[in-house]
Design a protein around this ligand. Structure first.
Ligand code: FMN
Length: 167
């Protein structure tokens, strides 16, 4: 039977969800069965051999309540390999923080899981799908506008996961 990985994500505007599906495709190409699910809809991890968790940053915080998710599924999570990644504009807008520090914070938020890989990828900031306030703040703070997702980097990261997870 092929290994089963759950890709659990949080997303407000969809860009992180699209990345979750891109990672899933990459893992499926390696013969792994992948289920992609919104984090809050996950009821059990019992049927999975590994977990990939992902969340975007909003106002300096993870959108997902990562510790709550980990606590809810603690009994399963401590027995399976995990990985995580965060999306945001910090990769292209240094004022939003150091991407490596942010990725490290995700790893800490996942304790007692010990993720085999954590990283931060550039996300997408489209003022066109934001309200007036966010658009104004974005302009004021000169936040770069556009889709900064690096699909090659995302695929490369996903390709390495099965090896790191011992699959
Ligand atoms: C109101 C707002 C606040 C944000 N705050 C941050 C932030 O603090 N750090 C960061 O790196 N990115 C930040 N971003 C960028 C988002 O993380 C990025 O747009 C991400 O791709 C959104 O993911 P989603 O489409 O899955 O919701 C912010 C975006 C918005 C609209």
């Amino acid at each position: 039977m092929s290994a089963r990985i759950l890709v659990a994500y949080a997303s407000k505007k969809g860009s992180t969800a699209e990345i979750a599906h891109a990672v899933a495709r990459e893992l499926e190409n390696r013969g792994i069965t992948v289920v992609v699910a919104e984090m809050n809809s996950v009821t059990t991890l019992e049927t999975y051999d590994a977990l990939v968790l992902r969340t975007p940053m909003y106002a300096g915080k993870f959108l997902a309540d990562v510790p709550a998710f980990i606590a809810k599924h603690r009994e399963c999570i401590i027995h399976i390999p995990t990985a995580g990644f965060v999306t945001g504009i910090a990769r292209v807008y240094p004022k939003a923080g150091d991407p490596d520090v942010i990725a490290g914070a995700l790893g800490e938020a996942m304790a007692p899981a010990k993720p085999v890989a954590v990283t931060m990828f550039a996300g997408k900031f489209d003022p066109g799908n934001q309200g007036f306030l966010v658009r104004s703040v974005g302009k004021m703070m000169k936040i770069p506008e556009g889709d900064f997702r690096d699909w090659d980097a995302i695929s490369a990261w996903a390709r390495e996961l099965p090896g790191k997870m011992g699959m």
